[in-house]
Design a protein around this ligand. Sequence first.
Ligand SMILES: [Zn+2]
Length: 209
Amino acid sequence: MNCHVVRDLIPLYIDGCCSEESAIIVKEHIEGCDACKKLFEEMTAPAHAPSVPEAPVRFNKLNDWKASVLQSVLLFLSFGLITVGVALEAGTDSGLMNGFWAINLVVPATGFMLSMVNWYFVRVYKSRKRFSDFSLIATLAVTLCAYIWTSFHYEMNVSALFSEFGFAEAYHVLSLVMLIHGLGIVLTAVFCIFSKTLSYQYAKMLGKE
Ligand SMILES: [Zn+2]
């Protein structure tokens, strides 16, 4: 076959886009023709590759930077909330309000912040959906564990409330629990939604499928 025809076919041959017959012809020609063989080797040499994806690399770097900023901002914000909660709790007299800020602010913010450890393992997950689902579960699980610890620490168990008010006043007990925990339950829900949506965005910025 003519060298000019083979040279036209070489790019298709490299990309695996030409027919089987053409591929055989090109392969046989290259083996027998030094000029075409040299051209083929130049085109497949790795030195040619890096000149093309310059733009995507810059795009990736910008997104990596955005992802790091998002992660840092969330860590600082949750740590800020914990600090505020601890300060408010420290300024609260012991009594009925004891533990209020710990339960309603410190615990949900701590749960969110600790669950962000999972973000360092984003590359382990198969897809960003799985990663965001697991981030949500992590936030909920850590927060619940913190609540269990807090309930022992502040000895606020529901059975004590029931023994005080009796089962006939279950509604009263429930409203008391909501009064003490309400803000914390709402904040936990908000943090879980944040955890799912923001971790999804985070994984997307890092180019996760
Ligand atoms: Zn040739």
